[in-house]
Design a protein around this ligand. Structure first.
Ligand SMILES: C[S@@+](CC[C@H](N)C(=O)[O-])C[C@H]1O[C@@H](n2cnc3c(N)ncnc32)[C@H](O)[C@@H]1O
Length: 207
């Protein structure tokens, strides 16, 4: 039986290099690792901090005949010795940033696929502060909501990014930009600089 992913996880999975050592952090049901194995991935680790998701991951692996996946109980990447492509999806941006910043096996070939549910701006700031850069971003929409999927790499060069980069990153999709503008409008009630940024971006893009 073939694994079917929703648009959000599919957008993440399509960025993964199948010939690399892959780690899905916070795997929960392990649908994405099973999908990757069915596509030809040779080396896949699926980790989660909680026992319940790891049990559910085991069931999914049996259901789809993907027993070769290595299951690890781990807070973030703490118990993972090495991986080249790391996926961290479906968590808050601050948690994803913390997990990535603790990675101990970074190299020029390291790639990360990050899909924050909230606080994408904090994730982008944390990435650049810790020596990562964003290669590209794409939007994935599910049930009327849209999320950004960030494809990043490690450069070792740290930087502070401006507010516009933090809130919009490299995502040029109109639906995502409008979502971030609405967020800035909401934040602008207590923080005038958010309103100024939203107005500036609207003028620049003619929205
Ligand atoms: C909402 S689920 C997302 C599942 C899947 N990645 C997805 O995007 O559909 C979040 C998962 O992350 C796990 N998690 C939360 N904090 C974690 C941490 N610090 N390290 C590893 N896993 C964590 C939870 O146990 C849960 O299974």
């Amino acid at each position: 039986m073939r694994v079917r992913l929703d648009e959000r996880l599919l957008a993440c999975g399509e960025l993964v290099r199948l010939d690399k050592i892959i780690c899905d952090v916070g795997t929960d049901h392990a649908l994405l690792p099973c999908w990757l194995v069915q596509r030809g991935a040779k080396s896949v680790i699926a980790c989660d901090i909680n026992d319940g998701p790891l049990l559910s991951a085991r069931e999914t692996m049996e259901q789809y005949g993907c027993e070769g996946i290595t299951l690890v109980k781990s807070d973030g990447l703490r118990n993972i010795p090495f991986a080249e492509d790391v996926i961290i999806a479906g968590m808050g941006g601050e948690l994803i940033g913390r997990i990535l910043s603790e990675c101990t096996f970074l190299s020029e070939d390291f790639r990360c696929i990050l899909q924050p549910m909230t606080k994408a701006e904090e994730l982008r700031r944390s990435m650049y502060r810790n020596g990562f850069e964003i290669i590209s971003e794409r939007t994935a929409g599910v049930h009327g909501k849209c999320y950004t999927v960030i494809y990043g790499r490690y450069t070792g060069e740290t930087a502070e990014i401006d507010d516009e980069t933090a809130f919009f990153g490299k995502n040029t999709d109109r639906a995502y930009i409008e979502k971030q503008l609405a967020l800035l409008d909401k934040m602008g009630n207590g923080n005038p600089s958010c309103r100024v940024l939203a107005d500036r971006v609207r003028r620049k893009l003619n929205y």
